[in-house]
Write a protein that binds this ligand. Structure first.
Ligand code: ADP
Ligand code: MG
Length: 246
């Protein structure tokens, strides 16, 4: 393991599904404490990129280096590396038959081997942080979508990730519930969490992201400071995408 300048580094990443080439040579890095937002049209490969970062998808070629550990190296302990990455999906993926507290406890017990008491303590701390501690004993179905998504964030945080991936975390929410989730994400960013966020929330990207990456057709078209990519895009494809979403 080499000293990690980057939290995650992606080099010449390609991903094919059969004949379909979805990622066509992606290069970028996220530094510790940075927030990078990925924007782009539907089908451009954003989710696939995130899924390659925590090896939910196996890249066809290229390198994914997490904290100096090359995930694409066959000798690497993938489970150990994957544990360093938290992921929050559009669909919250909570276990419906478990309480909120149990949802946040279970992976800590099974994956990290924490004691029941410690896992519960850490679960409560993180539920507090995302503002749903009062719902600890409720079941997911008794919560609003925004509350469920915040539980999913607490569950990921309880694993002490080095990097948090968010794939359109507010896209499935009713509009009035989006703000609470973005507020939690903003707080995480301010606390220095390293975050890679696929989002259509341009105001969030502009205000919170250190960098914005615009993807189209499996390539990065533009990567730069949020104010520049969103405020003064250089490429016609970025401009035309932003005209449609802003
Ligand atoms: P985005 O998140 O930007 O909307 P995706 O990464 O989900 O884009 O998808 C990019 C392309 O890859 C789409 O054409 C999609 O249909 C295709 N794709 C995604 N996952 C699979 C899969 N498991 N098998 C085949 N094609 C897939
Ligand atoms: Mg997607």
């Amino acid at each position: 393991m080499t000293p990690a300048a980057h939290a995650v580094e992606i080099r010449n990443l390609h991903k094919h599904f059969g004949k379909l080439e979805v990622l066509k040579g992606i290069d970028f890095a996220v530094d510790p404490g940075q927030v990078v937002c990925v924007i782009g049209p539907s089908g451009s490969g954003k989710s696939t990129l995130l899924r390659c970062v925590n090896l939910l998808e196996q890249p066809t070629s290229g390198r994914v280096v997490l904290e100096g550990v090359e995930l694409t190296d066959p000798d690497v302990d993938i489970d150990a590396a994957r544990r360093r990455v938290g992921m929050v999906f559009q669909q919250f993926n909570l276990f419906p038959h478990m309480t909120v507290l149990q949802n946040v406890v279970i992976a800590q017990r099974r994956v990290l081997g924490r004691s029941a008491a410690e896992a519960r303590r850490i679960a409560r701390e993180n539920l507090e942080k995302v503002g749903v501690a009062a719902k600890a004993d409720a079941y997911p179905a008794q919560l609003s979508g925004g509350q469920q998504q915040r539980v999913a964030i607490a569950r990921a945080l309880a694993m002490n990730p080095a990097l948090m991936l968010f794939d359109e975390p507010t896209s499935a929410l009713d509009p009035e519930l989006v703000g609470d989730v973005l507020t939690v994400m903003r707080k995480l960013a301010e606390e220095g969490m390293t975050m890679l966020v696929v989002t259509h929330e341009m105001a969030f990207a502009r205000d919170v992201a250190d960098r914005v990456v615009f993807m189209d057709g499996g390539v990065i078209v533009e990567d730069g400071p949020a104010a520049q990519v969103i405020g003064a895009p250089r490429h016609e494809r970025t401009k035309s995408f932003l005209r449609r979403v802003l």
